[in-house]
Design a protein around this ligand. Sequence first.
Ligand code: MG
Length: 454
Amino acid sequence: MTARILVVDDQPANVRLLEARLQIEYFDVCTAYSGIDAIEAARAEQPDLILLDVMMPGMDGYQTCRMLKSDPDTRHIPVVMVTALDDREDRVRGLEAGADDFLTKPVDEVTLFARVRSLLRLKMVLDELRYRQGETIGIPMATDPGEDFDAEASALVIAGDERSAERYASAMPSHVNTWFETDPGAGVAAINDETDLLIVDLATEDFDGLRICARIRSDAATRHLPIIAVVNPDDLERSVRALDLGANDIIHRPVDTGELNARVQTQLRRKFYADRLRNRLDESLEMAVTDSLTGLHNRRYIAARLRQAMESASNGGAPVSVMIADIDHFKRINDTYGHDAGDAVLRAFATRLTEGLRALDLAARFGGEEFVVVMPGAGLAEGRIAAERLRAAIAHAPFSLQSGEAIEVTISIGLAQAYPGEDIEALLRRADEALYEAKSAGRNRVEAARDLAA
Ligand SMILES: [Mg+2]
């Protein structure tokens, strides 16, 4: 896994030391020697991770971290604070400034790389979500990962014995609804959609907590569930294994309430951020198959469904017909009443169209003032009845605009039934030719494509 890492320290010797170690592992390293430079470098270089010294003259690491985390351009970049101090107050202070993790100087190499790998994995998931979202709907991410700091959440503690379990549970933030299990099987089974966080006891002899971490990560339903592992401070090997198996964070025994609170907040904030990205992605996938003006399906979606229906018809299933409906003299509506009125007519038309459809019919806006209706199960005769009904429903009453004006609208419809082996383009071409005939014959009428032999 290669990545770009920004190393920040006021002592050039420290920078060089970390730089050399990271380069041996083929990381791409950029450097800064003060808080101000770090913020600038983070914006310009967009590193995947920042290793940030705490004690620096001028702006110290806490301040720098807080600024990085409040800037929309840099807040998604994980920050690991590197400190010579290692008491709980400093850790809590750093976590509250938004740091994702801590390393103590002199930096132990094994821990460094385990932490780096773990944070990079997480960032890759978030970047992928951010990227896919941007690509699908073409707008930049606006969600603030700092939101929902105190949102209600629920957590599960799996510990070896009740006393430890109760101790961890009581150290959780008050807005997190926490329950516990001492049986690992029952614990894993108790995880559901509502679970936001898992605390696993890796210091117990009663079960293998690493196995729980691995199981949670390998199951698709729980793959994104944040895990904080509790380990003995001297058990470096287990900490590294836990991070490599997918634990998101480590906390040492005995568990300090303030530190656990801060670590839980960090994990929850990240989870809610990722959840929100995923939800937005679902929405944008929905948008990718929907026409934004009318709410009807779009061309891409309807083509896929039409293909299925045509394959089924070709294989001896029910017939399928399509109609292409086009609003008559639509340009004249736009020219006379303006484009807003034109859009209003398109929306009102879509509503009337949807109301008149049979249960299985699918309607799409193909672009402009052209609409396509796929009618599974309909032969040409049924198709003609449906098309005639739609034409009459539109011509029957004018569309009234918000401005109070009423616009008379008529449509022309071309109709065609798919024949076995025909492809979509050929079918739509025949329907389009029929539409052209309806237009030339005076509009406000339905024409069916000539029979297949023609
Ligand atoms: Mg320093």
